[in-house]
Design a protein around this ligand. Sequence first.
Ligand code: SF4
Length: 218
Amino acid sequence: MLKSISQYFELLKLSGLDDLFLKSDFNGVNLSQNMDLASLEEKYKNCTKCPLSQGRIKFVYGEGSSTAKLMLIGEGPGAEENKTGKPFVGSAGQLLTKMLNAININRKDVYIANIVKCRPPGNRNPLPSEISACIKYLEEQIEIIQPKILLLMGKVAAQTLLKNGYNMTELRSKEFKYRGIQTFVSYHPAALLYHPQWKKPAWIDLQKIQKIYQKIGK
Ligand code: SF4
């Protein structure tokens, strides 16, 4: 007879059964909710499941509130992120912080992550094989945080999670559900740096999100 609940969890871990629990859906009782994002980051930080590990200086797991109502998802770390281990800290990240401030959302109240956790060389798009090697980490983060709103920044994040063939105009004009979560798509902040004419439509997208964020409360 096991003496405590912690012994029971330990046994699941040793037997590998905890992975099965991590795959359960949002409606099920799920051990991952009790797991700490920081310990998962520590557990995965030396991952070598795909070749992107070869160019890694720092693993960029994600950052923000583990109880965030809004979760933002980009594509992959850039050069600055690879150096610091934090998502969205380069010029695109600074723009993202300003965009959030503009809709009265403090960056520390949201959670920010990427589709892949190690930098693709030269900031190229992650390959399908790299995405499929890495996506479990993001799925697990979403499952733990259980945000009320997802904002997918850019086509790679959108196509990976929504798996549809829509172009950016179509993606931005629709509302989606990802595992029951209200999901929106807008431009990646890096794209806005190269295409300033997209800032106006991005601002419209943000205002839509601000209204919904205010409705659900912080
Ligand atoms: S990108 Fe993801 S799967 Fe690939 S090595 Fe990094 S953490 Fe592992």
